[in-house]
Design a protein around this ligand. Structure first.
Ligand code: RIB
Length: 302
């Protein structure tokens, strides 16, 4: 069966150290824990969508070392179609250096590695898979030219497009009107619009042609902005946070899965909020990502 959600995806080795405080320039600290775990905003969102019940396909470029095989094995276990994943033998996998602080928050530096070679030709090879999908998503960890090509093709085929603009960066003028759904956090929103007021920044991005803007607010939930509609706020959840790595990706993937199965906005946002909150209760990006049944059970328990 064809994937319902296609992800133009990054794939990273996450090197995660838990430290007592943010590092100052020139400072060295001893870490209390270290782990090497799967990551990459694209792969994370794809796994989140798959656990929320969507059939998912990837367009990705991974490195030739052992960690590339770990990605292929992980996606097979998650039931994700990796037929359009290219293996760049002789190139390194994407790598993320992550510091996690005692409150679960983090800082991340990303080296894209083999993923920086994901190009328009590779997207064209996946045209049939994209055309048969309901939604195509990407983050800013993959080359923007590939995302623009995928979104342009998706738009022509009537397939919904969703961009997680992380890490925040200037987007080409032609990409903005191809985005049906944009999922920045508050910091990314302010950076993209170069405005400090969340409401004004959201309106500025809608004026660039974005269809719907979902601003994620961490424990405060999220807010939906659409042209001609009042903003819709959906409350967040208070949970015992262990690690927020991948929470935004979980939100994006769960939202993609919900929209692809035809959920309305309040249902889709409620379910994405819950999935993201549950994902912060374990270490690393993917370990605590919940299934659809876990989200439904948790919401039913109030
Ligand atoms: O959003 C979390 C992700 O950002 C990590 O998995 C890391 O790989 C970086 O891409």
């Amino acid at each position: 069966m064809a994937p319902e959600v296609v992800c133009i995806a990054s794939w990273n080795v996450d090197l995660i150290a838990r430290v007592s405080q943010p590092l100052a320039r020139g400072q060295t600290l001893l870490a209390s824990h270290f782990e090497r775990l799967p990551g990459g905003k694209g792969s994370n969102a794809a796994i989140a969508a798959a656990r929320q019940g969507a059939r998912v396909g990837l367009v990705a470029r991974i490195g030739g070392d052992d960690f590339g095989q770990m990605g292929l094995d992980l996606w097979r276990r998650e039931g994700i179609d990796s037929g359009h994943v290219q293996r760049a033998h002789g190139q390194a996998n994407g790598t993320a250096l992550i510091l996690v602080y005692p409150d679960g928050d983090n800082s991340i530096a990303i080296y894209p590695g083999a993923g920086s070679g994901l190009d328009v030709r590779q997207v064209e090879q996946a045209h049939d898979m994209i055309a048969a999908a309901r939604l195509v998503m990407a983050s800013c960890e993959v080359p923007l030219a590939a995302t623009q090509a995928a979104f342009g093709w998706a738009r022509a085929q009537g397939v919904t497009t969703l961009l997680n603009p992380a890490p925040a960066m200037a987007l080409p003028d032609a990409l903005w009107p191809l985005i049906d759904v944009l999922t920045p956090n508050e910091g990314e929103l302010h950076q993209l619009a170069a405005l400090e007021s969340t409401d004004r920044a959201a309106q500025a991005l809608l004026a660039r042609g974005v269809g719907a803007l979902v601003v994620t607010l961490g424990a405060r939930g999220c807010r939906l902005y659409r042209a001609g509609h009042a903003p819709l706020a959906v409350a967040g959840h208070a949970v015992n946070v262990v690690d927020t790595v991948g929470a935004g990706d979980t939100f994006t993937g769960a939202l993609a899965a919900a929209l692809a199965r035809g959920a309305d906005w309040p249902q889709a946002l409620t379910s994405a909020n819950a999935a993201a909150a549950l994902s912060t209760q374990g270490r690393g990006a993917v370990a605590a990502m919940p299934s659809l049944a876990q989200v439904q059970r948790w919401l039913a328990q109030g």
